[in-house]
Structure formats: structure tokens, C-alpha cells
Ligand binder design. Structure first.
Ligand SMILES: [Zn+2]
Length: 267
């Protein structure tokens, strides 16, 4: 008699409620040929001794998920599912990036070998995305029906437009706001996973850069025209602008001329 039975416990086979999910990996939706045990049989003694949360489920699972889950000690179905999905995302990270960054229409402009490898990445990336977002299914175990609790993120918003995948949102935002996908993705990650915050930050940076460029040009022109040191002009204009938010560069230069340059000419 094994340890589990001694305690009146046993693993219950997770059985899909709907026949369409028979032979389906609970974690990723691929064809199930194996079973994962939640908690792993290897750590059964630990779970029985500590009474840590464990589901005691025998879960239909594909070969690849089973391989990944060999490194997972978690006892609950939910934790094991998250672990398997994270491993999938890590393994296929390259393809996922291609899938996020490219669309099929963009392939036409590429040379043969690049087109070939991007197309392969797109396909693998799409498959992986489907596996990672696979929501599981309603099942029965030990005679009780369990509803699935896993829900992939509902949508990604881009200024009022809603998308069900990050990829579609990125594609839309990149085109609508004329920002390269790679830049947008980085800013998205750095700005609380918000497209709106990312786009605003990019626009602000662009505007700041444009302003600095203009400031440099106009101060340079002014310094040359009135035979002033560029550093002096720049410093004064910066001061005027910081004192008055609504002032334009041209207005600041006029003020500089009126208050500092002109008086010294008449002396
Ligand atoms: Zn799987």
C-alpha cells in the first residue's frame, strides 16, 4: 500500500467535460500523450508531511509540457500551468518576438533567405502564442466539475482602441503613431505595460529633442548676429524660459536683446 492510499488520498484523473478536449494537453492545448502529476510523485512525501496546498490530480499533458514540468515542484494545478507556460515562452522567445514584430504582408519586401526565416518564425510564434494563451478547459475530477479559472489578459488598449493580443495592438499603435515596433515595445515595458503612457513618453521625448535642436540653432544665430558668446545666450534664454513657461524661444531672445544687448550698444 503506498503512502497516498494510507492517508486515504489518491490522484484523480482530470477528465475534460467536453469531448472536444479529450486527448488535449491541459496546459497548452497540444495533443496529450502523457500525464503530469500535481503534485509530482517525487515530492509526495513532502506534501503529505507538510500538508502544503496540492490538488492530487493526474493531468493530461503533451510531451513537451511534461519535460518542462519535470523541474517544477509545485503542488497545485494553477502553479504548474503557470510554470509550463513560462517555460514555453522562454523556449520560443525568439519566435514570439518575430511574431510580435512582423506581419505576413511585410514579408514581400525581403530577400529570399530572410523571408524564409522570418516566415518560419512567424508560424512558430503564432503556434506558441496560441499555446501560451490556451485557457485550459472545464473538467471533472473525482466526480466534481471544475470550472477553468485561467483567463489570459482580456485586451490591450491603445487610446480607446482595444485588441485581444499584444501583437495586434503593437501593429496598430506602430502604424497609427508612426513609431517603430521595437521602440514602442521597449517603452511599453518601461511604462507600466501601457501603450498610452509609452506613446506619450515617446512624443514628449521627440518634442523635447526638437525643442533643444531649435534652441541650439536660434541661440547660435543670435550669438553670431550680435557678437555674443553662445554659452551666454543659451544660459540667459534657458533662464527666461524657466521663469516663464509660456515664453517662446524667439520671445526670450527678444527679451535678451532688449535687456542685455541693446543697453550695452548705447553705452
Ligand atoms: Zn502541452
Amino acid at each position: 500500500m503506498d503512502d497516498l492510499m494510507k492517508q486515504g488520498l489518491e490522484y484523480h484523473v482530470l477528465i475534460p467535460t467536453h469531448s472536444s478536449h479529450f486527448n488535449c494537453c491541459y496546459f497548452c492545448g497540444c495533443i496529450a500523450t502523457e500525464y503530469d502529476f500535481s503534485p509530482p510523485k517525487k515530492y509526495l512525501a513532502f506534501y503529505l508531511a507538510t500538508k502544503e496546498a496540492a490538488d492530487f490530480l493526474q493531468v493530461p499533458c503533451c510531451y513537451e509540457c511534461l519535460e518542462h514540468l519535470k523541474a517544477c515542484k509545485a503542488g497545485s494545478l494553477e502553479e504548474r500551468r503557470d510554470f509550463a507556460k513560462k517555460k514555453l515562452a522562454k523556449k520560443y522567445q525568439k519566435a514570439l518576438t518575430i511574431y510580435e514584430m512582423w506581419t505576413t504582408e511585410e514579408l514581400a519586401g525581403l530577400d529570399f533567405s530572410l523571408r524564409h526565416s522570418i516566415a518560419a518564425g512567424l508560424q512558430l510564434g503564432e503556434e506558441t502564442t496560441n499555446r501560451i494563451t490556451f485557457p485550459g478547459f472545464t473538467f471533472e475530477a473525482a466526480g466534481f466539475e471544475q470550472k477553468v479559472s485561467y483567463q489570459p489578459p482580456q485586451y490591450f488598449a491603445v487610446f480607446g482602441e482595444q485588441f485581444t493580443t499584444f501583437r495586434d495592438a503593437l501593429d496598430f499603435a506602430s502604424k497609427a503613431y508612426r513609431i517603430p515596433k521595437i521602440t514602442l515595445k521597449e517603452y511599453f515595458a518601461d511604462h507600466q505595460n501601457s501603450f498610452e503612457k509609452a506613446i506619450n513618453a515617446i512624443h514628449k521625448e521627440t518634442a523635447d529633442k526638437e525643442f533643444q535642436k531649435q534652441l541650439k540653432t536660434l541661440c547660435g544665430q543670435f550669438a553670431k548676429q550680435h557678437k555674443q558668446a553662445v554659452i551666454f545666450v543659451h544660459k540667459q534664454v534657458d533662464r527666461y524660459l524657466s521663469e516663464n513657461e509660456d515664453m517662446t524661444i524667439a520671445e526670450a531672445l527678444t527679451q535678451l536683446y532688449e535687456t542685455r544687448v541693446k543697453p550695452s550698444l548705447s553705452r
